[in-house]
Design a protein around this ligand. Structure first.
Ligand code: GDP
Length: 323
């Protein structure tokens, strides 16, 4: 099932509920079953889906609601509160502090957008007043060095890498050391990606992580991965201690003006059903990766350019969905 279909399933379930003249137990159950089916097909863990159902039923509690209560509204709010909980793993996320050196290591499959995202992350923090630096410890992919160097140079971000050295651990350690001495406060290490989840990739990641002791490991995932998302995210989490996730290529789901502009166009009070089919794919990928890594999604990539990068903040995002 592709993500767009998933989005369709959830939005249809909510729209059907919205169209019902009376909101009773049956309408509520039908709606919850539809949403659960969609989430399960997105590889969201069964336990999370079951907990979501239980919590929504407890919040909505149709029998206890006073006459005249807007059940539809309560139902919509309960659904999104629970989606919000699913998107928030409920543990503090490491955030770099200005003036205090932090090492952030990026991991992900080849083609996920990892190298591009390293520069976006560095550039985002540079604009916030950080002194970032980029280290290319990807010695596997021909062209990774040049790509990161070019991006770094364009954004005026210091860069460390080597054409000659083939040991990624050595490069990572030297780069981190160099930038610590230069008082950089955000040292970003790009690691190798492979096409598949190969053992060699995970071993290399583990070694780079052990040698550089990152404060944060960011797992980069392509949003178009679909059903494979859970296994992929979990495989990375089992090898290195992933602390945050960035989902890339969200612009690929855009229809009729783009996923994010569609969300932004929703004014408070305006129904979300018009735009939800663009938004729910994002919710589903995020729910899946959060469930697999127990880590928050911190940014999303929305294009190839350096500034096509958005902070992902669960509560404002979900409240915008609510309208
Ligand atoms: P890596 O192999 O994981 O390091 O991937 P790259 O950073 O080289 O990215 C692979 C391709 O995806 C490149 O063509 C990037 O320009 C593109 N890319 C990365 N992030 C995004 C994004 O958010 N949106 C779009 N449309 N393309 C992206």
């Amino acid at each position: 099932m592709v993500l767009a279909q998933l989005g369709g399933s959830i939005s249809r379930a909510l729209a059907q509920m919205s169209n019902a003249t009376v909101i009773d137990e049956k309408v509520l159950n039908d709606c919850l079953n539809e949403i659960s089916r969609a989430l399960l097909q997105a590889d969201v863990q069964f336990k999370m889906v079951r907990d979501m159902q239980t919590n929504i039923k407890r919040i909505v509690n149709l029998e206890a609601l006073a006459a005249g209560t807007n059940k539809r509204r309560i139902m919509q709010q309960a659904v999104f509160t629970e989606l919000c909980n699913m998107l928030d793993p409920g543990k503090p996320n490491f955030t770099p502090k200005k003036g205090k050196p932090s090492v952030v290591m990026f991991v992900g499959l080849q083609g996920s957008g990892k190298t591009t995202t390293c520069t976006k992350y560095a550039y985002y923090h540079q604009r916030k007043g950080f002194k970032p630096a980029l280290v290319c410890a990807d010695t596997f992919r021909a062209g990774a060095f040049d790509q990161l160097k070019q991006n770094a140079t364009k954004a005026k971000i210091p860069f460390y890498g080597s054409y000659m050295e083939s040991d990624p651990v050595k490069i990572a350690v030297e780069g981190v050391e160099r930038f610590r001495q230069e008082n950089c406060d955000l040292i970003i290490v790009d690691t190798s990606g492979r096409h598949k989840q190969e053992a060699a990739l995970f071993e290399e990641m583990r070694q780079v992580s052990e040698a550089t002791k990152p404060d944060l490991v960011i797992f980069v995932m392509d949003s178009s991965i679909g059903q494979a998302a859970f296994d992929q995210a979990q495989a990375f989490k089992q090898s290195v201690s992933v602390g945050a996730v960035i989902i890339t290529k969200m612009d690929g789901h855009a229809k009729g003006g783009g996923a994010l502009s569609a969300i932004n166009a929703v004014e408070p009070g305006v129904t979300v059903f018009r735009t939800i089919s663009f938004v729910v794919p994002l919710v589903c990928v995020c729910v899946t990766s959060v469930a697999a890594t127990k880590s928050p999604v911190i940014f999303i990539g929305t294009g190839e350019h350096i500034d096509e990068f958005e902070v992902f903040d669960v509560k404002p995002f979900v409240s915008r969905l609510l309208g």
